[in-house]
Design a protein around this ligand. Sequence first.
Ligand code: ADP
Ligand code: F6P
Length: 484
Amino acid sequence: MTGMQDLTGGRELVMVSNRLPVDRVVAADGTTSWRTSPGGLVTAVEPIVEQLGCVWVGWAGSEDEHIEPFEIGRMRLEPVELSHDDVERYYEGFSNGTLWPLYHDVIAPPEYHRHWWDRYVKVNRRFAERVAETAAQGAVAWIHDYQLQLVPAMLRELRPDLTIGFFLHIPFPPRGLFEQLPWRRSIIQGLLGADVIGFQRVPDAISFRTIAERYTHTQALGNTMVLPATPDAPGRTVLAQEFPISIDAAAFAEVARRPETQQRAREIRAELGDPKTVMLGVDRLDYTKGIRHRLKAFDELLADDEIDASNIVLVQVASPSREQVDAYRQLRNEVELTVGRLNGERGTIGHSPLVYLHRGYSREEMVALYLAADVLLVTPLRDGMNLVAKEYVACREDEQGVLVLSEFAGAADELKDALLVNPHDIEGLKAAFLRATHMPQEEQRRRMQGMRRAVHDNDVEHWASAFLGSMTSISETRATAQAN
Ligand code: ADP
Ligand code: F6P
């Protein structure tokens, strides 16, 4: 990456997210180690801040543990402590039992509990106070994701000198769903504390602006929300628009180009028995990802002999996620039952058509998997962006491979040359899987070229430049206005 240094106009950058980029893991024998945190947020944001340098405020993933600030490369990490009770109520409860399902089309029923909300407010305040203590005068504070939606307003109150941005990595729901939330007005007011609010897709931003007009005294002028002056605060504006996130495409391509990665991809195919077709799914084990629907479609194709069980393998990588939340436990049980049943019924002594891997892998191994896969299945029922789809495309310099992509993933806005599917439509999924397995090389090339252009034109540097550029120009305009 180049040319990133000036994005904050020389101001300190403070990243704020629920998790730090690294998680502290305590093994059964009590020994501790650090590993990269799960999820797309870290994949996207880390390469940016490695370049820019930053202070990063977040949770280290362990309970009731005080950890002193420490440094990794150009990042200073400022751990925020969460107790066992905070994790239950703020993280597993309100963040992942209320907001996550509500913001993902209520695929699972959201639960509304006042004690969860109270703890969400308390932990958001802790994050805001920590940033307020840590940030340099006039710094740029960039707050991330649904776990911290109250932080922008809390932080503005504590530190009006900061420029504050907020980016929502997941979808923002339509008004009809958002209105279920008993604390809807507080969430909107919390977000409006920012100078810039970023969303993944245009409909997310439209929904937010409509709801903000309905529940606060603001008015939308295009992408800008106008907040009137109050007895306590002057009037101001908030930019609320889409900034679709991306990946460090060049970094993925570099790993894909290495001879050892390509050799590993060949080994993976050999270990799978050199089948004609390797299909791949890579997801956190999350009910939004459409894994059940995907496996059902695959199973039916095998059952009807539309694909040859002896000559195809679907590798489903499902990384462990939120394992204390009921809906996730239930999903894991269901998926693992399906894997056993499917292989039991459709496999042979020497060959299992479905390979299920419930663990995390290194970047190198993930890229080798992408290179080994003829078809990548990205079929979420709802997804903010889905970076896995972009990673696959970035790795395929051979311009081969087929991406089957849900129209309900943010990535579908840009990757229009994928085979777009409605994941609820099992017949449609089956047709797309079949079409993918039979797609001629020339069509694969044409589609992959289009998708590669999209990923390279809008890589994560482009995303960060657009977002931070908006924040910087707002703070410069404000400084000029104050000077006059
Ligand atoms: P989400 O943020 O909902 O998890 P994304 O698709 O946007 O979904 O991002 C997932 C990120 O996690 C990607 O960068 C992907 O490569 C990575 N990832 C997913 N599963 C694994 C795994 N088993 N091991 C290592 N990395 C993984
Ligand atoms: O945006 C998706 C996201 O929820 C991130 O906020 C988070 O870092 C990632 O998925 C993984 O989830 P969790 O932190 O709950 O393990």
